[in-house]
Ligand binder design. Structure first.
Ligand code: XUL
Ligand code: MN
Length: 346
């Protein structure tokens, strides 16, 4: 398989201001144009969008206005030579999604969620991407008795079907996450995402996006999630980052908590040829809250540097020697070989 030249992406939300549930922002807000400039300066290739990153205050705007603003954004991206990677409906902010979106108990709220998603598909089309990412933030429960799990699956499938019918070219990439903000999400892993794809009217157009931190939160190794998704040809996007154990979603720089887990993700991408069909490597990372304005871009630059260094490490790993150790069931030596390789020897 030819070695892909990786292309990189991030979203406007990855240049965040430092707010957390316990305190306010620590950096001043910046304009979208500033963020696009930084993306270019860092030499990234594409930007990913929520629908209201593309069209702010989207719920208050008419279809005509949304279209006008989307086209203006498209021109701006063209001028900057930056591709739109995907668009994702932000279905977790509105008063209409307090108790869920597609699987809300309230039919008016379900209708809102579907209509907003269809508008988001129109934005994707006008921007020039066929990828809709669905992070199903509020599809799950805080308490099991509040929803009927079986009915929720049916409602999710019904919503996906409406999206697939709305635009014959759109592809849905489900981004699973097991918890946060929910206690338990309905689609917590890649296995769930790919299984639910089979229930839709066009399984070929329903795939997934793996986020490293989300897989770790599910107690899984993200490298295994990558291999699993790619065995089905369903890994259409990727949010690389890192996560220190089973707690809140940390969105740390790639490789920052566990270099070996990062190395194994890169190896999985390499062996499956990720990127060879135009998929981007996106970093869903955030600056640490104490980060000063002058260091605001470091987490993105560092993530890409680490990724590229790990590509070198994956390509220079002595597979022949490793295979010998595997054949001899000498896993202690294999373990040490990986460690020495990552430390610069072996
Ligand atoms: C949430 C998350 C989102 C999605 C896009 O944990 O990762 O930023 O990636 O909606
Ligand atoms: Mn993500």
């Amino acid at each position: 398989m030819p070695k892909p030249k990786y292309r990189f992406c991030f979203g406007p939300w990855n240049l965040s201001e430092g707010q957390d549930p316990y305190g306010p922002t620590t950096r001043p807000p910046q304009t979208f144009d500033w963020k696009l400039d930084q993306l270019k300066k860092l030499g990234f290739d594409a930007m990913m969008f929520h629908d209201d990153d593309a069209v702010p205050d989207i719920d208050a705007k008419s279809g005509t206005q949304i279209r006008k603003e989307t086209r203006a954004l498209k021109r701006k991206l063209n001028d900057a030579g930056v591709a739109p990677e995907m668009v994702a409906p932000r279905l977790w902010f509105s008063p209409m999604t307090i108790d869920g979106a597609y699987a809300s108990n309230d039919p008016k709220c379900r209708k809102y969620a579907i209509e907003r998603s269809l508008r988001c598909i129109d934005i994707a089309k006008d921007l020039g991407t066929d990828l809709l990412v669905l992070w199903l933030a509020r599809e799950g429960t805080y308490l099991r008795e509040s929803k009927n799990g079986r009915r929720s699956v049916d409602l999710l499938v019904d919503a996906f079907d409406k999206m697939l019918a709305h635009d014959k070219r759109i592809r849905l990439a489900i981004e699973p996450k097991p918890n946060e903000p929910m206690d338990h999400a309905y689609l917590p892993t890649i296995g769930h995402a790919l299984a639910v794809a089979q229930l839709t009217r066009d399984p070929k157009r329903v795939g997934c996006l793996i986020e490293s931190a989300h897989a770790i939160l599910a107690g899984l190794d993200p490298a295994d999630e990558i291999d699993f998704a790619m065995a089905f040809d369903k890994l259409w996007s990727l949010h690389l980052n890192d996560q220190n154990g089973l707690k809140f979603d940390q969105d740390k720089p790639f490789g920052s908590a566990n270099l070996r887990v990062a190395f194994n993700q890169v190896r999985a991408l390499e062996r499956n040829g990720y990127g060879s069909r135009g998929e981007y490597v996106c970093f869903d990372v955030h600056p640490f809250r104490p980060t000063k304005v002058e260091h605001w871009l470091a987490h993105l630059d560092n993530s890409r540097r680490t990724f590229l260094r790990l590509v070198e490490k994956a390509r220079s790993f002595n597979d022949k020697k490793a295979q010998g150790l595997i054949a001899d069931r000498n896993y202690a030596a294999l373990d040490q070989m990986v460690i020495e390789h990552l430390m610069g020897r072996g």
